[in-house]
Design a protein around this ligand. Sequence first.
Ligand SMILES: Nc1ncnc2c1ncn2[C@@H]1O[C@H](COP(=O)(O)OP(=O)(O)OP(=O)(O)O)[C@@H](O)[C@H]1O
Length: 269
Amino acid sequence: MTPALDLAGVSLWRWDAEQRRERHLLRDVDWTVRPGEHWALLGANGAGKTTLMNVAAAVHHPSDGTADVLGQRLGRVDLRELRARIGLVEARTSRAFRQRLTAGEVVLTGAAGTIALRQATVDDATRARAATLLERFGCAALADRPYDACSQGERQRVLLARALMPRPSLLLLDEPATGLDLPGREALLSAVATIAREEPETATVTVTHHVEELPSSTTHALLLRDGAVVSAGPADATLTGANLSRTFATPVRVDRVGDRWMARAEASW
Ligand SMILES: Nc1ncnc2c1ncn2[C@@H]1O[C@H](COP(=O)(O)OP(=O)(O)OP(=O)(O)O)[C@@H](O)[C@H]1O
């Protein structure tokens, strides 16, 4: 089975004009994500999570090493075609919908991966899929509501439905629960767990700072610090107090609560 993601020795650096030297954002990252796996990507602010997601989303090329996304080697393929097979939910996507689209129309734009909607190009099958996805995430009643008028939590679920329109093989969620209240967060996490159940071949990666924001479907985790992998592998073996303490450079205790995780800083006094 072709991995959804296969990164070997991936490093990425950028020229830092202030310091007048190259700055490493990723260092020698090895990472394999297989179809049907659901990864958590955790790290402190500035650890390189978004940079790594941008490699996975075929947005950035590594400066060194190789990155195969859905079996295609970055640097050798048409990125637009590859990106069409990847679902991406990030804050930037939400901000892009400034025009007056309804939530249902925002989902429809996912079919072509555009921001604007060309109604004339939308066929009945596309409309039916959009309706099914809205229903699946408890958003059927929002279909005709202006997207701008939806709550933050509703918008995130609408964006999840949008990302699934082209039946992506790889779904990338960059801090999907940020800014959501408790019911909003739980509704989102349950939507992500539903994807894991109903689209068994789809691989997902969820970026977060908080283990409490990981869906119950999480199977694996990769912990990043200063652009380097601290630990990666099956979730229960990776999301340990010792590993998270190294990742966040502070003593952390982790508890498994049912099918979720909870972490808190160990008192240091
Ligand atoms: N184009 C760039 N040029 C120089 N430095 C960059 C560039 N893009 C990102 N960085 C730096 O690389 C580091 C990693 O950034 P990245 O956004 O990947 O971290 P992150 O783990 O997603 O952080 P956060 O949790 O705060 O979103 C940061 O220190 C950031 O300032």
